[in-house]
Design a protein around this ligand. Structure first.
Ligand code: PFF
Length: 450
């Protein structure tokens, strides 16, 4: 007998709706804010080269793995493993994922709050008339405040909760359909404009011409791995959960490829927008978490209709962040609803509140109160812990689960790849390449190999 929840499991309205929701989850602050910070801190070109290889050989194959698990099990991040492999320890990956969703959304809400503040800054003009164009000072003084950033974080979390509570797949699907292409178009226009500002040569060289000596740094590989997982919403069951709302008729491989390719294109375009501006305005590419908030206002300041472009850009980034936040919350909500038979409303309100409170130290650590762990401010620590440890570890277990826990013929059939060349390459990636790659990057970082 199926339980009531299983018989009533929600489904996407259409295949394109599923792809857009996954894209909405993937494209977010990770592509613009985290990508530019991480690429900047790890030397640019060499980082990007490693990043692209990881997306292709580890990221996209694990996206396929998550989709396959979710659609097959029709269950949440933890339940999927328990249903497909009862009594085996694979479900630990699901718990890591639920934990990661709490950690990531806690600081994600803080940064998304900054984005909202900037959107309103352009609407009200406070970001247009910054004395002496000291945008660095503006940003540092804003995030150093105690209450204001927390209020923005609260508003953002309330909106996320509001969407997930209604469970409006239709709402999210429809909004994504309009907002994601708009963000893409605006990014391209701004990137072209940024290239005219005088820092184009330096910016593009930084991004696309690798300084090979950087490849000797073990941290670069871990940073690229963590960024790939973060950006693709991978390794924590978000795509298992989304895949579980998919019916059997839908084909997975093109969905996985589209999500992987488009997410990467958005990140690269954001890089082409941000780095020429970094050099044009004499900023430091390794400037850290505030890079986007300190460089982009300079671009908008120089542009005709800059305030309009600024408002549009931060609104779209906010929308992108919201659709990602929704998927982060949905991972935990789907699990708690099933496990404790909570209603959607109860689950969303309880989990949303806990995550909001968990985010407060991240916000305070940006200047108001010096909260540091292992020499990093609390926000950066939570970010790196989740992105560089939890997600790749979750991804490792997911790859092993499909690669070794499933019969090859089942995996090929359930992924829709079939016994084709691509199918066999995929099996090889999840069996060997992805697990070995992830392990080597971990071991290299702690100094055991390399
Ligand atoms: N992929 C999102 C971004 O790039 O902003 C962040 C994210 C969403 C990570 C959902 C993980 C996740 F499950």
């Amino acid at each position: 007998m199926l339980s009531q929840q299983e018989t009533k499991r929600e489904q996407w309205g259409s295949r394109i709706g599923f792809i857009l929701a996954c894209l909405g989850s993937a494209v977010g602050l990770g592509n613009v804010w985290r990508f530019s910070t991480t690429a900047g801190e790890n030397g640019g070109g060499a980082f990007i080269l490693v990043y692209l290889l990881i997306i292709l050989f580890i990221g996209i194959p694990v996206v396929m793995a998550e989709f396959t698990i979710g659609r097959k099990s029709q269950s949440d991040a933890v339940g999927s493993f328990q249903k497909l492999a009862p009594g085996k320890p694979w479900f630990i990956a699901g718990f890591l994922g639920v934990a990661a969703s709490f950690i990531i959304l806690s600081f994600y809400g803080v940064v998304a709050g900054w984005v909202m503040k900037y959107f309103f800054g352009y609407l009200t003009g406070s970001l247009v008339n910054v004395p002496e164009n000291d945008f660095t000072g503006y940003f540092v003084s804003f995030i150093g405040k105690t209450a204001e950033p927390i209020i923005w974080q609260f508003i953002f979390m309330a909106l996320t909760v509001g969407i997930v509570v209604v469970g409006v797949k239709k709402g999210i699907e429809a909004a994504n359909k309009v907002l994601m292409p708009l963000l893409g178009v605006l990014l391209i226009i701004l990137a072209i404009y940024s290239l005219t500002l005088g820092g184009a040569k330096e910016g593009l060289t930084f991004l696309f011409s690798p300084d090979w000596s950087k490849l000797a740094d073990p941290h670069l590989y871990l940073a690229a791995l963590g960024q790939a997982f973060f950006s693709l919403s991978l390794g924590m069951g978000a795509l298992i959960t989304y895949g579980s709302y998919l019916s059997k008729e839908n084909k997975l491989p093109t969905a996985a490829l589209s999500v992987g390719a488009l997410d990467t294109l958005v990140a690269l375009t954001a890089g082409i927008l941000i780095f020429p501006a970094v050099f044009a305005f004499g900023l430091d590419p390794a400037g850290g978490a505030g890079l986007v908030f300190m460089t982009l206002p300079n671009v908008f300041d120089q542009m005709p209709l800059g305030a309009v472009a600024g408002a549009a850009f931060f609104f779209l980034l906010f929308a992108a962040a919201l659709t990602s936040a929704v998927s982060l919350l949905e991972v935990a909500v789907a699990y708690f609803m099933r496990k404790f038979s909570w209603g959607r409303k109860q689950a969303v309100l309880i989990i949303g509140s806990i995550i909001f409170v968990l985010g407060i130290p991240s916000s305070l650590s940006q200047g108001a109160v010096p909260i540091t762990i292992m020499g990093k401010d609390f926000l950066t620590f939570m970010d790196e812990l989740s992105g560089n440890v939890f997600l790749p570890l979750g991804g490792l277990i997911i790859a092993l689960f499909i690669g070794w826990g499933w019969k090859k013929t089942d995996a090929l059939r359930d992924s829709d790849l079939g016994d084709t060349l691509i199918g066999n390459i995929w099996i090889w990636c999840v069996r060997i390449l992805a697990p070995v790659g992830i392990l080597l990057i971990f071991l290299n970082k702690i100094g055991i190999v390399g």
